[in-house]
Design a protein around this ligand. Structure first.
Ligand SMILES: [Zn+2]
Length: 282
């Protein structure tokens, strides 16, 4: 049975389907690993004004990770405010510089969890994927560059959230981060640009959809796959279901569009190398 590592997934212990129910369902569809990224503060019912408000977001995520592990899944916990947090603060009247400082200090708190070995990476950090005021984009880019440097110093992965702008977006990231040697994971990577991103030092995390995966495979097999599951019962169709990934890859293997060993590399080995986790026996 094909094992599945989902590189980028969110769980909502407050409003979602239940962490243990998720784990059981994912495990029954080959799931062995979850890259668990915290949700936004507001989806967890937290009002974030100060950096310390993010502690509650991080703790909720670490609690979910504990339950996943108890259910037999390997987990990498990725902590830090989403770029939308900064955009929202500015919309509510906070100055962009102040918003940037709050978010940056929240990332320093996240880094403490990584240092203590309680979390495994930072993110998702970057820019809004929608059009935002220039001052917000500038502040977001400052956070992005500093968090990438922080991740390099910690030797941990960082999940990058940016607009899907093809080669232009990747070139921009490469010029911002090119001097660094970190594990820069390009979240929601465009399949068609996975090879291009890989060649520029990024690790593409491609949505688990047929067209995206096939497009990525035409350029590289050095990528990971993600659901970006939001665990929001009100938006069931917004994302890929983690339990559909095994079905997709099985279909691709059966129709001869991917070999079993390449599937294993993408869903197991690349994830294992990225986070230093062992798949064990499932
Ligand atoms: Zn996400």
């Amino acid at each position: 049975m094909l094992r599945v590592g989902d590189n980028h997934c969110h769980l909502n212990p407050v409003r979602g389907m239940g962490v243990r129910a998720f784990a059981k369902r994912f495990r029954s569809a080959g799931g062995w690993f979850v890259g668990l990224v915290n949700l936004t503060s507001w989806s967890l019912g937290v009002t974030a004004r100060e950096p310390s408000d993010y502690e509650r977001v991080y703790e909720a995520t670490l609690g979910a990770a504990r339950e996943l592990r108890e259910e037999g899944l390997a987990v990498a916990v990725i902590l830090g405010p989403h770029p939308a947090e900064l955009a929202r603060m500015v919309e509510s009247g906070v100055r962009p510089e102040r918003g940037r400082d709050v978010v940056m200090r929240a990332y320093e708190l996240a880094a403490e969890y990584v240092r203590r070995g309680e979390a495994d990476g930072l993110g998702e950090v970057g820019r809004p994927h929608w059009s935002a005021p220039p001052a917000v984009v500038r502040a977001c880019n400052e956070v992005l560059e500093r968090v990438a440097a922080l991740a390099e110093e910690l030797g941990c992965a960082v999940h990058l959230h940016v607009e899907r702008g093809g080669a232009g977006t990747i070139d921009d990231l490469a010029s911002r981060l090119g001097r660094l040697r970190g594990k820069f994971v390009l979240h929601h990577a465009e399949g068609a640009y996975a090879g291009y991103a890989r060649d520029r030092g990024l690790i593409p995390s491609v949505p688990g959809r047929e067209a995206e995966v096939l497009a990525a495979l035409s350029g590289t097999s050095d990528f990971v796959v993600e659901s970006d599951f939001l665990d929001d019962p009100r938006r069931p169709g917004a994302v890929v279901a983690p339990w559909s990934i095994q079905r997709l890859f099985t279909r691709l293997i059966k129709s001869g569009r991917i070999s079993e060993s390449v599937a294993e590399r993408i869903l197991v080995r690349n994830v294992s190398e990225l986070y230093g986790v062992e798949p064990g026996d499932l």
